[in-house]
Design a protein around this ligand. Structure first.
Ligand SMILES: Nc1ncnc2c1ncn2[C@@H]1O[C@H](COP(=O)(O)OP(=O)(O)OP(=O)(O)O)[C@@H](O)[C@H]1O
Ligand SMILES: [Mg+2]
Length: 257
């Protein structure tokens, strides 16, 4: 069941996540690599966001949340006491369901991370990083003449691409996306899906989605969760056309969820 990969970017082994006494994730072992986009699917409350947050220690910020087991980034234990969590979250960036730009200019939204991590030697280099991140996020053309405008003045889809640019600007290795399109219209959603295609291979990408068609379109590997358990993990085409487990089949055919 726990399909392994030769060169995993992230490897989880026997991961449990608790909120107080309640176990929200039960014994999950998966590998995520650079070459494939990985989709997490499953009914509401099955633990997708919980598991995703354990991959860059965002659960650390939730009182009572506790993670057991091993989560390795390039073979390094991200829960080791020597791990710098700020650094980790730059290496493993996150994009949320609701676009959440800072109430700052478009430029400053993207420059924020590079500034705090000291990635640019001067203004020219910072300008270059901002342009490059906005370009990779597919937003440069739309904002290059208005970089001083507030990020919150953009459309929802533009705001989400700005948030992706912000994550990219610190040169991450992994990008975690938790239902990044659920607040967007179909056109803005299509732009984000195109973007995920373009970013594939440059970053390890994990996307949580409730939209089966979206999972089928953007991912090469799919993990199906149910009640905190990883039920099935494999090639997206296999999961959608020939699932091994009845629970997977019931979910993807819309019998529950
Ligand atoms: N901060 C929290 N404190 C306590 N329990 C939580 C917390 N966050 C989530 N849970 C519980 O953990 C379980 C998994 O929740 P999670 O948000 O990870 O599910 P999900 O698969 O992302 O659902 P959805 O599709 O609705 O976003 C649920 O039973 C939920 O109630
Ligand atoms: Mg969720």
């Amino acid at each position: 069941m726990a399909e392994t990969t030769a060169n995993p970017k992230i490897s989880t082994r026997n991961v449990n996540v608790y909120y107080g006494e309640k176990k929200a994730i039960d014994n999950v072992s998966i590998d995520v690599d650079m070459d494939n986009v990985t989709a997490f699917i499953g009914p509401s409350g099955c633990g997708k966001s919980t598991f995703l947050r354990s991959l860059n220690r965002m659960n650390d910020t939730i009182v009572g949340a506790r993670v057991e087991g091993n989560i390795l980034l390039d073979g390094q234990d991200i829960y080791a006491s020597s791990m710098d969590v700020v650094q980790l979250r730059a290496r493993v960036g996150m994009v949320f369901q609701k676009p959440n730009p800072f109430p700052k200019s478009i430029y400053d939204n993207v420059a924020y991370g590079p500034r705090i991590h000291g990635l640019a030697a001067g203004k020219a280099e910072l300008d270059q990083i901002v342009e490059s991140a906005l370009t990779r996020a597919g937003l440069w053309g739309e904002v290059k003449d208005r970089l001083g405008d507030s990020g919150t003045a953009l459309s929802g889809g533009q705001q989400q691409r700005l948030c992706i640019a912000r994550a990219i600007a610190v040169d991450p290795e992994v990008i975690l996306m938790d239902e990044p399109c659920s607040a967007l219209d179909p056109i803005a959603t299509a732009r984000i899906e195109e973007l995920i295609h373009d970013l594939r291979g440059k970053y390890a990408i994990i996307i949580v989605t409730h939209n089966m068609q979206q999972a089928a379109r953007v991912s090469q590997r799919t993990a199906f969760f149910h009640l905190g358990n990883l039920i099935e993990f494999g090639e997206t085409s296999e999961i959608f056309t020939n699932p091994r487990e009845d629970r997977t089949k019931d979910y993807i055919t819309g019998r529950y969820g």
